[in-house]
Design a protein around this ligand. Sequence first.
Ligand code: 3HC
Ligand code: NAI
Length: 709
Amino acid sequence: MSEAVTLERRDGIALILVDNPPVNAIGRAVRAGLVRAAAEIAADPGIRAAVLACRGRTFMAGADIKEFDTGIGPPGFHETFDALEALDKPIVAAIHGTALGGGAEAALACHYRVAAPDAKIGLPELSLGIIPGAGGTQRLPRLIGAEAALDVILAGTPVPADKARKFGIVDAVVTGDLLEGAVAFAKALLADGKGPRRASALTVAPPPDGWFAAKRADVAKKMRGRQAPLSAIDAVEASLTLPFAEGLALEKRLNDAARMGTEARSLRHVFFAEREARRVPGLSDSVQPRPVRAVGIVGAGTMGGGIAMNFANAGIPVVLLDATREGLDRGLGIVRGNYARMVERGKLTAADLDARMALIRGDLDYAALADVDLVIEAVFEGMDLKKQVFAALDRACKPGCVLATNTSSLDVDEIAAATSRPQDVLGLHFFSPANVMPLVEVVRAAKTGEEALATGLDVVKTIRKTGVVSGVCFGFIGNRMLDVYGREAQRLLLEGATPAQVDAALEGFGMAMGPLAVYDLAGVDVGVRIRQERAKRPKGSPGALPDDPTYFLPSGLIVERGWMGQKTGRGFYRYDPATRARTPDPEVDALLRDTALSLGIPQREIGADEIVDRCMLALINEGARILEDGIALRASDIDVVYTAGYGFPRWRGGPMFHGDTVGLPAVLARIQEFRATLDPRYWQPAPLLERLAREGSSFAAWDRSRRAA
Ligand code: 3HC
Ligand code: NAI
């Protein structure tokens, strides 16, 4: 037996134990071990039944994703799991932790399944751009029917043990020692004279006529641009019509094709990029995060309330401080309202609501922050105010308390200088709505100490957010790039594209929402106010506004007319007050056209390709500058920022990965074309991009070389 898989015997029951830390991923050694175990069990007359279980924190959490790029060597998944299913002695899977993907499929190949009460079973393959490829598309429909099976696959969310029991995925939920329970279950099978029960031998309960067609239409709309979900539907549908072996062959063909495609490569990239982002070069393992047992939040507004919810959700008590009783009551009311909506939607119980609200204590006095381990400041965006708040925090908080600002654009070094402990100051930049959006930029200021940084990253993980380290510059990583993206979107409006055309092109590319619709959602005035603040920066200094009267002119024109976006019923679009549906506004279109004419900017038809190229290449080029400046540690971090915080399609891997997919020489050539035909001030290729393109290299290769160095 391989080290990853061992075989033990207990009273005639074989225990196959998988041990491949950290998550028992099913790499080649595990597959080979399982095949050998099956052979040994088959050959040993002393063995009457078997249990498949895992050591460590979880049942097998899936295929080893690292093998996907290099190719999956023999034995293959089908061969391995068929060997388990073919046993003529009953085999029971004993599931704890998360049985995901290939892990769930291994369990489905077993004849029976028992699970610990907190175990979960799921097929999240679509989130990696592939389909269940180890028999899941053929065995699950046979066990629970095609409709339920496809819904599990399309949702991708793991099914808790009790629900899996009701579905018929799991035969029993075992309290107490799982392994003992599984062995007892196997013995009971033998006592009852029950033998193997193979999913492959079952027939599939069919859905009503037209059900698959309706699913395809639904997926085409809700998972726009994606191929893997459609392939999953094909495979599940085939479970109805094809014999099991042929169904498996189709599943393999579809899965192999998907695995090497751009969608899957991009999603794999994001999976590993999110985990890589937690590692900070130079930050040694000996640097321990400080424990965060209680948190203070200053400013009970939009962001403060949402941030407080994240901590309460993780069971961490929060003191929420505001300057006025009115501000505090309003903030606490909004938090309660958000939880109440979750109760209405069945996502939370009324008791949970009370428990979470009990963790959030309002106060008006800084003295209430004396014992907290971390404070996050979320007051109005103004440097003088932020400095006052940090000076007050410096006086009120205990030594070692980490002081964080949620500022979107202000200089964290300057804020830190208002305290006597800049080593404990950093930025924790959440995104709105803060209780929903997964991204947090962890802003490392010049004097931020290693412990404070480690604490910031650790606490972000505790509240189940995705953290990315950024240096200090105007807008950090995300908003600095958003600035050039928005500039190009607005410039296109002056050259003849309408807001609806710009948004449709970018939504067609896969952005969750077009940029102009996003302005309307966030408030067009918010961006205008940030630029008014920016205008105060000395010309030529980092983050100063460029000397260009057309820079973000459309936003300014819209706001001057009181059209702030959804909150005023109109912005770049008009909004239906009841449904919030957007419709193009001919008045806005005319205003943009007239303005452009008065400025002498020629109008033309602009195709979707040009719109997408200009907005995407602006992002990629600025991303390259951010790397050169050392603001982001790696290109993959930028991809995490954009996929987790800005609605960039994960299945394109993020802007930098998209640049690699297009090919950097092609990216550079198109930027040079724009430099020749558009405003050359904005189309200077970043030197790093030029160098990588010249060398035929990529951002991914650049990341790898830096990791190796
Ligand atoms: N393959 C390779 N490495 C994996 C992995 C996998 N399937 N799952 C996790 N890892 C690695 C992570 O990269 C990480 O490595 P690092 O410490 O070096 O960064 C380490 O294991 C721990 O992972 P997390 O930090 O994510 O640990 P958590 O405890 O937060 O989460 C988890 C555990 C829920 C299992 C989560 O890791 C996860 O969701 N993993 C992916 C599960 C998945 O998608 N499985 C399906 C794979 S595709 C498949 O099975 C195809 C099949 O149909 C043939
Ligand atoms: P907001 O206006 O909704 O809330 C600010 C709150 O701070 C108000 O409740 C106000 O009463 C309180 N406050 C003001 N002065 C205070 C003081 N001296 N002491 C205690 N409380 C005080 O503002 P919002 O939108 O929540 O923004 C807060 C911060 O978060 C800003 O720095 C902003 O740039 C940043 N941010 C905002 C995002 C957004 O989308 N709204 C996104 C990311 C960051």
